[in-house]
Design a protein around this ligand. Structure first.
Ligand code: UD1
Ligand code: CA
Length: 446
C-alpha cells in the first residue's frame, strides 16, 4: 500500500503565547513537528506534506530539512480547510493518506500503524483514546456496532456529550481520492465557524463509508496547545525514555532527575548518577559512568570513561576509553585519549590529548584570540602541571612535562620539561622584620 501523510501545522498556536510557531517548540530537543514526521516515517509513510500558515517560513524550512514538502493554508479556517490545502501537492496520489495534527509529539509509529490498519477495514479510520481528563478534546460518539457515529468538538458539545471520555486524538487514515472529495463538502456551521476535519466521517457516512476506530494509549496522543501541555509532554517523553533505557540495562539511581535528548544513545551497563542533563547528539558506550550534576551535549563517551561529577561536555567532545573528566572540567571539540585524565577545574577546547596524558588542575587551553580558534596538541603520556595555560596553537610532545603555573607559548619537545613562570626569589627574615615594624607603628598610635 502506498502511503502519504498530511501534517497540520498552520494553526496560530494562540494558547502558547509565543512568537515561535507552536510546532517548532521542542520536546526533548526536537520540534513537535519533528516528532510527528519521525512517527509517520517510522510507520512507512515516506511522502509527507506539512500544511503551514503564510508566515510559517521557519516551519517550511524545518520540514524541508527533514525531507518533507509543505504547502501554505492561506487563511486559518480550521483543520478540515487545512487538510484540503495539501490537495494540490497530492493530486493524483492513489493510496492511503494519514492526516495528523502537528502538535502531538508523543505519537509513535505503532499508533500510526494501528490507524492505518483500521482504515483497511472500511477505507476510513481515526485514532481515539480514553482520556483521564478529556478537557477540550473532541468527544467520540460511537454507533452500537463500534464504528464512529460522530465527533463533537468540545465547544459544540452538550453537557452529556462533554461527559464522554472517549476522545479524538487528531489522526486519521483514509483512501486519498475519497478523502479529498469528502473534505470538499465540509461546512463551517459550528461554534467556531471553522471547517472541522472532524466532520469528514459524517460526510463519509452519507457516502456509505463507516469510520473505524483505532484505540491509542493516552500518553501517545497528547496534544500540545499550551506551555503547561508542553511541559507535560516533556515529562511524559522523559518518563518513556528513562523506562526504555532502564529496560535496556542502563543503571540510574534516580531516573526522575536525569533528562535526555530525543536522540541520546546510552548502551547497557552505563551508570548515570542523579541530576544529569543530556543535550542533543550524545552517545555513551557500555561501562562508562556519568557522575552527578554533569551536562553533556554533542559528545561521545567511550567505555570505562568516568565523567563528572560536575563535568561539562560540549559539542565535539570525544572521550576515550577509561579516560576521566572530573569536577568543573569543560571539554569542547576535543579528543581525549584512552586513559587520559583531567580531574579538576580545567578547560580543554579545540584540543587533542594523547593516551594516558595527565592534565593538572586549573589547566586552560587558550584556544581563542577573539577571532579564530587554534589547536592544542598534547602527546601521549604528557604531564601538564597544575595551572598551565597552553596558548594555542601549541604542541606538547609525548612524555613531556610542563611545570605548574607555566604559560606555554612555544612547542615542547617530547620528554622535555618546560618551565615558563616567574623565578622565585627569597628574602630571609623579611616577613618577621615587616611585622615588627608594623606593630611598632600601631603601638605608637595608642
Ligand atoms: C483538534 C480536533 C479535536 C481533537 C484534538 C486532538 C478539530 C476540529 N478538532 O482540536 O477533535 O480532539 O485536535 O489534539 O480538528 N491547524 C491548521 N489550520 C487551521 C487550524 C488548525 O493547520 O486552520 C492545525 C494546528 O496547527 C494543529 C492542528 O491543526 O497542529 C490541530 O489544531 P488545534 O487548533 O490544535 O485543534 P484542537 O483544538 O486541539
Ligand atoms: Ca491541538
Amino acid at each position: 500500500m502506498t502511503k502519504a501523510g498530511i501534517i497540520l501545522a498552520a494553526g496560530q498556536g494562540t494558547r502558547m503565547k509565543s512568537q515561535l510557531p507552536k510546532v517548532l517548540h521542542q520536546v526533548a530537543g526536537l520540534p513537535l513537528l519533528g516528532h510527528v514526521i519521525a512517527a509517520l516515517r517510522g510507520a512507512g509513510v515516506d511522502r509527507i506534506v506539512v500544511v503551514t500558515s503564510p508566515s510559517g517560513e521557519d516551519v517550511r524550512a524545518y520540514a524541508k530539512s527533514l525531507g518533507a514538502d509543505s504547502v501554505v493554508q492561506d487563511r486559518q479556517l480550521g483543520t478540515g480547510h487545512a487538510a484540503r490545502a495539501a490537495e494540490t501537492l497530492l493530486a493524483g496520489f492513489d493510496g492511503t493518506l494519514v492526516i495528523a495534527n502537528g502538535d502531538m509529539p508523543l505519537v509513535t509509529p505503532h499508533v500510526i500503524q494501528e490507524c492505518l490498519k483500521a482504515s483497511g477495514r472500511t477505507g476510513l479510520s481515526m485514532l481515539a483514546f480514553q482520556a483521564a481528563d478529556p478537557a477540550q478534546y473532541g468527544r467520540v460518539l460511537l454507533t452500537s456496532d463500534g464504528f464512529l457515529n460522530r465527533i463533537v468538538e468540545f465547544k459544540d458539545a452538550s453537557a452529556p456529550e462533554q461527559a464522554v471520555t472517549l476522545c479524538n486524538a487528531g489522526c486519521y487514515a483514509a483512501d486519498a481520492g475519497k478523502f479529498f472529495r469528502w473534505a470538499a463538502a465540509l461546512k463551517n456551521e459550528n461554534a467556531q465557524k471553522e471547517f472541522y476535519l472532524t466532520d469528514v466521517p459524517t460526510i463519509a457516512r452519507t457516502d456509505g463509508v463507516k469510520c473505524a476506530i483505532a484505540l491509542a494509549d493516552e500518553a501517545s496522543v497528547l496534544g500540545v496547545n499550551s506551555r503547561a501541555e508542553l511541559a507535560l509532554a516533556e515529562a511524559k517523553f522523559q518518563g518513556r525514555k528513562r523506562a526504555s533505557l532502564l529496560a535496556d540495562g542502563v543503571t540510574m539511581t534516580a531516573p526522575e532527575t536525569v533528562f535526555f535528548s530525543h536522540d541520546t544513545v546510552v548502551e547497557a551497563d552505563v551508570e548515570i548518577e542523579p541530576f544529569v542533563m543530556f543535550g542533543a547528539g550524545v552517545t555513551v558506550k557500555s561501562g562508562a559512568r556519568i557522575r552527578a550534576f554533569s551536562h553533556l551535549e554533542g559528545a561521545d563517551v567511550s567505555s570505562g570513561a568516568i565523567i563528572g561529577p560536575y563535568a561539562r561536555l560540549r559539542p565535539g567532545a570525544r572521550i576515550g576509553e577509561n579516560a576521566h573528566i572530573g569536577n568543573f572540567v569543560e571539554v569542547k571539540n576535543a579528543e581525549i585519549g584512552k586513559g587520559a585524565k583531567a580531574n579538576h577545574l580545567t578547560y580543554l577546547g579545540d584540543a587533542k590529548v594523547g593516551a594516558g596524558a595527565n592534565i593538572g588542575a586549573g589547566t586552560i587551553t587558550c584556544n581563542y584570540d577573539g577571532f579564530t580558534k587554534a589547536l592544542t596538541e598534547i602527546g601521549e603520556g604528557a604531564f601538564i602541571g597544575s595551572d598551565t595555560a597552553l596558548v594555542a596553537p601549541v604542541k606538547v610532545g609525548a612524555g613531556a612535562i610542563t611545570a605548574a603555573g607555566s604559560v606555554i607559548t612555544n612547542d615542547v619537545a617530547p620528554d622535555a620539561l618546560a618551565i615558563a613562570r616567574g623565578v622565585q626569589t627569597e628574602k630571609p627574615g623579611w616577613a618577621k622584620a615587616f611585622r615588627a615594624q608594623k606593630q611598632e607603628i600601631s603601638k605608637g598610635k595608642k
